[in-house]
Ligand binder design. Structure first.
Ligand SMILES: Nc1nc2c(c(=O)[nH]1)N[C@H]1C(S)=C(S)[C@@H](COP(=O)(O)O)O[C@H]1N2
Ligand SMILES: [Mo]
Length: 251
């Protein structure tokens, strides 16, 4: 069964499951308390809304961290598009010129090199990466908490979401500030004791162990804070909902 068909089925399944009047009432309550995700719509939106709302109410919980013995033998790398000429050039130079730009609703916009990021206090965590397609692996991730970078940049009072981009144009996503400030949300540059391999998104990727793998955008080069996701792409908060995935992919 191809991807699109499988996702259509999933959507239909959610629609049927969300048909109960009780769920509709719960979704209205969620909306009232601002517990709705930005891409909510129709019946499918109700299922996602409930997941988002539940997670918002327990937003300080941590994703499970594992012992070293649980690390998977192979950190399974999902297929990526062939790298662009611009990426190959950056790679040849050992990513010396790679920049992570931080802008939008921050008081001190600027950019970080990978070396700068490595000089800041690091966090390492052994967590599970789960792809929506059914496979997963456990690895040790090392990086700078996104919260620390945003604090350095100065979070503007109006900021509500962090939108983040890849050197791959079709990959961008966003999270609310609760997830952006979560201690396990990392701008990761290391995997299993070494540099983050290109196959896994090196030199930098977003790493969000509390959401499905597709939110962990590889080849990260920009984070911007905003109060309105409508300004980006088709206004659904991410490239993923444009292709049928939910914006909020909490697990
Ligand atoms: N830029 C970019 N980020 C991406 C992807 C991609 O193709 N390009 N794939 C996503 C998907 S669907 C998953 S499941 C994870 C896979 O991460 P891994 O290759 O380390 O297993 O990366 C996510 N981030
Ligand atoms: Mo995935």
């Amino acid at each position: 069964m191809n991807e699109i068909t499988r996702r259509r089925l999933l959507k239909t399944g959610f629609g049927v499951a969300a048909g109960a009047a009780g769920i509709a009432a719960a979704a209205r309550t969620a909306q009232h308390y601002e517990l709705i995700p930005p891409d909510h719509s129709g019946m499918y939106g109700l299922g996602e809304t409930l997941n988002y709302a539940t997670h918002r109410l327990t937003s300080h919980s941590l994703a499970r961290e594992f012992p070293r013995s649980a690390i998977s033998k192979v950190p399974f790398a999902n297929e990526i598009a062939p790298p662009s000429a611009a990426f190959r050039k950056l790679r040849e130079d050992g990513f010396r010129d790679w920049r992570l730009q931080v802008d939008g609703m921050v008081t001190r916009p600027g950019s970080f090199s990978v070396a700068e990021l490595k000089s800041y206090a690091a966090r390492s965590q052994i967590t599970h990466l789960a792809c929506e397609e059914g496979w997963s692996y456990i690895a040790e991730w090392k990086g700078v908490p996104l919260a620390d970078l945003l604090s350095r940049a100065g979070i503007g009072k109006q900021a509500k979401y962090a939108v983040y981009f890849s050197i791959e144009k079709d990959w961008w996503d966003s999270i609310d500030l609760t997830d952006a400030m979560h201690p396990q949300t990392l701008v990761a540059y290391g995997l299993n004791g070494g540099d983050l391999p290109v196959e896994n998104g090196g030199p930098l990727r977003m790493r969000l162990p509390k959401q499905l793998g597709y939110k962990s955008v590889k080849f990260l080069n920009r984070v911007t804070l905003t109060d309105d996701l409508k300004r980006f792409g088709k206004g659904l908060g991410s490239a993923s909902p444009e292709g049928g995935y939910t914006w909020y992919a909490g697990i």
